[in-house]
Ligand binder design. Structure first.
Ligand code: APR
Ligand code: ZN
Ligand code: ZN
Length: 361
């Protein structure tokens, strides 16, 4: 059996997205169909549309979502119809070499649904990050559904499915920010602001937000930054050193994904400090650094995949902290929009006043 719903499809490279009828198969073994309630618009969706990820058009976009499980396939025991879930794009396998070594957040063989969603003419869709949640319903692997407290608004919960989790996780999981640390965050969009929130949660004493846009810096301050640096007018490396007794920050989180900002992060960190790269570079970017500085400055240069999160551990915990008022995830939702407004939301991403547009159903 199948059912038909409306969903946002990117038909081809740089073509505008369209709302189309999508055919959803009933869940097979290990799969679940989720009634999507909210899905945030992320840069990665735009990258898919532009052909920047791969050429497997048409894509069913959307991957930062929360909803209610409608039905599950054979053998699914962790979630059941009616459960409120956040969708994750790294459902750990439990069997690969990373999982077997007790590091499931690095899982090298994450799961997606086996069956394909299609257009009505049978054309197979490629769901963005194996999710495809700009749709009234979507088919995923059951492991991509993480149960959380249903009292939280779907538009807020869904944010943890991608950007906000990436940022918070960059600080608390990858950067291992500790009480009293100094932290600098370069690039204060949704991901960078979430890193600010994570650093504050972890007890950082000093949180220095760096951006080229004063509006972003004002927002970062609301999110918990203690200092701000506009790197268009001030040298961020010097400014960060000045704000940290002349030494540099213990942890610098790079949330832009460019060689020049990575270099700033590298030199703005104290000796033996940590750089966390959570911004995603493009294939042509190259980094050049004196190897002696890489050695001589010591410490750790790390990348953060999805905030090195373990959805089953981190999503419910962060939802609880939000419910207790200890972090404010709602502050990331700039606007809620309809399914037909995704193209417009892509355009607004570059205007600089949107952290997240969230499609609500
Ligand atoms: N120096 C400092 N800040 C910069 C620079 C720069 N050279 N260039 C851009 N920025 C700032 C922008 O002003 C903006 O505030 O970086 C921020 C980027 O934010 P968004 O565009 O909202 O992106 P976001 O969703 O936060 O994602 C950041 O993480 O997941 C990846 O693909 C994503 O690489 C992107 C990064
Ligand atoms: Zn695994
Ligand atoms: Zn995303």
């Amino acid at each position: 059996m199948t059912q038909q719903v409306q969903g946002v499809v990117a038909p081809g490279r740089d073509e505008p997205v369209r709302v189309e009828t999508i055919v959803i198969p009933d869940p097979g073994p290990g799969e679940a169909v989720v009634k999507v309630q909210a899905c945030g618009v992320c840069h990665t969706d735009l990258h898919y549309k532009q052909g920047g990820i791969n050429d497997d058009f048409p894509f069913l976009l959307g991957h930062e979502a929360a909803g209610v499980v409608e039905s599950v396939g054979e053998g699914v025991t962790d979630v059941a119809p009616g459960d409120f879930v956040i969708l994750n794009w790294r459902a750990v396998c439990g069997q690969c070499r990373a999982c077997l070594r007790g590091r499931p957040w690095y899982c090298f063989d994450t799961h997606n649904a086996r069956q394909k969603m299609t257009l009505t003419d049978g054309t197979e869709l490629s769901p963005a990050l194996g999710i495809g949640a700009f749709a009234e319903k979507t088919l995923v692997a059951a492991g991509q559904c993480t149960k959380v407290d249903p009292a939280v608004a779907p538009s807020v919960a869904g944010l943890l499915g991608c950007g906000v989790m990436a940022g918070i996780g960059a600080a608390i999981n990858t950067g291992q920010v500790g009480r009293g640390d100094s932290v600098a965050v370069i690039g204060c969009g949704g991901v960078g602001d979430a890193a600010v929130v994570g650093a504050r949660l972890a007890g950082a004493a000093r949180i220095i937000a760096v951006d080229i846009d004063d509006r972003k810096l004002a927002k970062a301050r609301e999110m918990g930054a203690t200092h701000t640096v506009n790197s268009r007018t001030d040298d961020p490396v010097e400014a960060i050193r000045e704000l940290t007794g002349g030494f540099g920050a213990d942890v610098v989180i790079e949330a832009v994904g460019r060689p020049e900002t990575y270099r700033q992060a590298f030199y703005a960190r104290d000796l033996a400090g940590t750089v966390v790269l959570v911004g995603v570079p493009t294939p042509e970017m190259k980094l050049e650094l004196p190897l002696l500085d890489v050695f001589g400055r010591g410490g750790a240069l790390k990348s953060s995949w999805y905030g090195d999160c373990l959805p089953s551990r981190d999503f419910p915990m962060l939802i609880d902290l939000h419910q207790q008022g200890r972090i404010d995830l709602a502050a990331f939702v700039t606007e809620t929009i309809g399914l037909g407004d995704v193209e417009h939301a892509f355009a607004r991403m570059h205007e600089g006043d949107v952290l997240r547009s969230v499609v609500v159903f």
